[in-house]
Design a protein around this ligand. Structure first.
Ligand code: NAP
Length: 332
């Protein structure tokens, strides 16, 4: 069995979830962490028994013992940092959204193909076995033909003005942080990209999207509808409606370990697959398996799907008037 040395780039909030998830792995371990703050890197390293610390991302990338980097910084940095990792010959698992727009995602995909290195968006829901089993059951027609999907996702961040979600220069807003789950999980279940989208939204004083309400239509005639908010605490549930029944994904629907399947308003089946750790472990193991198989991404969250989700978000941002600073949308 191949083993993999991971480097963590940006040991902030979500990097802790990653570190806990990889701890029991038989294949992978974190051997280095890089932060702009040596103190932050050292604290993180101590907590998770990590060998090496760097106060410069590039220095970590020059370490020949590191195979793969987990990028855990705010959205606006992902494109440049993923590019830097691939150019340094490292495989990369990038937190969602992998880039700020579809053009950046396309450029990274081309680079990963050219370098024959993994470029994986860490859209963790997509790797959960519960969601895969649900997709299979839906394909088999347990609730008839799927008609539409409805979901909402929201947390009240209005008092946390320092949060990256409030900042346009960090590609903040509810869509890229939260709405991405509704779009991506709907895409996974329907196995289709929308052909038309209608969205309305409310911008904050900082000109990022506070709420978004969107309707997506698919060529098959199905729909997906979602709301996302960084200003309201919502139900965080998803419903999948078929001609003969419905499925309910309780909160938080994107942390999918339970799906409740109903027919004629009676619960007929539960799909329940508890996470061994916290749900991040699936995407970590899948990334390493892809490298072993010389694949540049997983079929569970392909490059085509990452680009498709980014295209939807580009379209919605255009419709509701969210414009990030041009430098973070650029390709250079
Ligand atoms: N999958 C999930 O459930 C989940 C949940 C939360 C977040 N996320 C994703 O994870 C990513 C990071 O989110 P987070 O909440 O963990 O971020 P965070 O804690 O705010 O920041 C993570 C790291 O990014 C760097 N950073 C933060 N603000 C910066 C700034 N203004 N300028 C330069 N560097 C900055 C810092 O790296 P240094 O240590 O080097 O300074 C920091 O340690 C985002 O893409 C987010 O969407 C995913």
């Amino acid at each position: 069995m191949q083993s993999f040395n991971w480097g963590v780039l940006g040991p902030g909030s979500i990097a802790h979830t990653f570190a806990k998830a990889i701890a029991p792995s038989k294949k992978g371990k974190i051997t280095a962490v890089a932060s702009r703050s040596l103190q932050r890197a050292t604290d993180f390293a101590k907590r998770y028994a990590i060998e090496k610390t760097y106060s410069d991302y590039k220095q970590m990338l020059a370490d020949p013992n590191i195979d793969i980097i987990y990028i855990a910084t705010p959205h606006n940095f992902h494109y440049q940092q993923a590019k830097m990792c691939l150019e340094a010959g490292k495989h990369v698992l990038v937190e969602k959204p992998c880039t700020v727009n579809a053009a950046q995602m396309q450029a990274l995909v081309a680079l990963s193909k050219c370098k024959k290195l993994l470029l994986q968006e860490a859209l963790w829901s997509r790797f959960m076995p519960c969601l895969s089993q649900l997709r299979q059951v839906l394909k088999e027609g347990l609730i008839g033909q799927i008609q539409y999907i409805q979901s909402d996702i929201g947390f009240a961040f209005q008092s946390r003005k320092e949060s990256r979600l409030h900042q346009a220069e960090l590609a903040g807003g509810s869509l890229l942080d939260l709405g991405i789950y509704s779009i991506s999980v709907s895409q996974f279940l329907l196995e289709e990209h929308p052909d038309s989208i209608n969205a309305i939204g409310q911008l904050t004083e900082q000109q990022v999207d506070g709420h978004v309400l969107a309707n997506m239509h698919y060529a098959s005639g199905r729909y997906a509808q979602f709301t996302c908010s960084m200003l309201s605490q919502t139900s965080n549930t998803m419903g999948i409606v078929g001609t003969e029944g419905h499925v309910y994904l309780p909160a938080c629907f994107w942390d999918t370990d339970l799906a409740l399947i109903y027919k004629d308003n009676e619960l007929i089946q539960n799909i329940e697959i508890p996470h061994p750790v916290n749900g991040f472990e699936y995407q970590i193991e899948q990334s390493m398996q892809c490298i072993e198989q010389n694949k540049q991404c997983s079929d569970m969250m392909s490059h085509k799907d990452s680009i498709g989700v980014m295209e939807v978000m580009d379209d919605i941002r255009k419709q509701i008037g969210v414009r990030y600073p041009t430098n973070i949308e650029a390709l250079n």
